[in-house]
Design a protein around this ligand. Structure first.
Ligand code: ZN
Length: 360
């Protein structure tokens, strides 16, 4: 269902002016505008060994490296990193002939997306909490074929065996048509040791039947507005339970999303940020997947197909196992381009059984 359903009012706090900590260790030249630190794109390209940015048109710059690419648009929050859309917290800004990205976005999105293997608290895991959205009286979004709650449970039942066959333990927040409060879902996540949390949903729009595509969410960093909001609010300064692991959550979201986009044809709505209850309350890496729009006839015609749902389940499982490989072996996960190239050469990328997982 439209992910808004996860938002709960948060207590107001006094806005504090203290700067949030950053994980970036390099000495960046910072440019300060409107009370916020920014970094020059040229410096970012040099730091990540990307070719210099070149203009695509008046409003866009692109850097095309062999393995990694970045494309930015002035005054926009969407940027492309290695073939998928990421939503920044603040728009890219052009000042005094400099293209600038906020320091927060560099630390919280660009850096973990470009080199997730460098994230400090990237803990190996043995357990995956699979969370089928909605259930019971909370039916989620409507479609003439089935309610969202039925599709989400069906998806989890398709993903589960792929993970257990690979040696991972799976816990479900529900395995029947029952209502499970959002806080309880997060409690189940927080009780598990060495675990990650993956929530499955399908989208719907009451006002725009043309809305289509995949998107994935991880928790909004402290000091940033969620993707849905344009401006900062007082509540954005709250440190949520999910914030200490927000870099790992972003890496998990990016890894799963590349696999989804690399294996299943669907428009790219991007890697987004939200403070949905299950994301802000989970103390383990947590993501929420929106697997297409039940309100869009073209998306729905795919979602109702069992073989399409199998394909989506495999792509999500593959993403989870890539993340497992990242946390265990510090191998950078594959990108959408690498999956597509492998598919063209008829190489199988669904190497579920090839990834060593220690059984417990
Ligand atoms: Zn939903």
């Amino acid at each position: 269902m439209k992910a808004l359903c996860f938002l709960r009012p948060l207590p107001l706090i006094i806005l504090c002016g203290c700067a949030f900590s950053q994980t970036m260790s390099a000495d960046w030249n910072l440019h300060r505008y409107a009370g916020r630190d920014y970094v020059d794109l040229r410096e970012i390209a040099a730091f990540y060994h990307l070719p210099p940015f070149e203009s695509v048109d008046k409003s866009r710059l692109r850097s095309t490296g062999d393995d990694q690419q970045m494309e930015v648009q002035r005054d926009r929050r969407e940027i492309k990193i290695s073939g998928v859309i990421h939503w920044l917290s603040f728009p890219v800004m052009v000042k005094d002939d400099r293209w600038l990205v906020s320091r927060l976005d560099l630390g919280k999105t660009i850096d973990p997306a470009l080199r997730p293997e460098k994230i400090a608290n990237l803990a190996p895991f043995q357990t995956v909490i699979l969370d089928p959205g909605h259930g019971g009286s909370d039916q989620g979004a409507y479609s003439p074929s089935a309610w969202e709650k039925e599709f989400t449970l069906d998806m989890v039942r398709r993903i589960r065996p792929l993970l257990t066959e690979a040696g991972l333990k799976v816990i479900q927040t529900r395995n029947s048509d029952v209502a499970v409060p959002l806080e309880k879902r997060a409690t189940i996540a927080n009780r598990a040791k060495n675990a990650i949390f993956v929530s499955i949903h399908f989208n719907a729009s009451e006002t725009n039947r043309a809305a289509t595509g995949f998107e994935i969410f991880s928790v909004t960093p402290r000091g940033a507005p969620s993707t849905e909001y344009e401006h900062l609010h007082t509540r954005d300064m709250v440190e949520e339970k999910g914030n200490p692991t927000d870099l790992a959550s972003l890496a998990l979201a990016t890894t799963i999303y590349h696999s989804m986009q690399g294996h299943v044809v669907m428009p790219d709505r991007g890697v987004k940020r939200a403070r949905f209850a299950v994301l802000r309350l989970s103390q383990i890496p947590a993501v929420l997947i929106e697997g297409g729009f039940l309100s869009n006839p073209s998306d729905l015609s795919k979602i109702v197909s069992r073989s399409w749902r199998d394909q989506l389940a495999q792509s999500i499982a593959q993403g989870i196992l890539e993340y497992h490989r990242l946390t265990n072996l510090h191998i950078r996960p594959r990108t959408v381009a690498q999956y597509k190239k492998a598919a063209k050469s008829k190489e199988s990328t669904l190497t579920l059984k090839d990834i060593p997982v220690e059984k417990k």
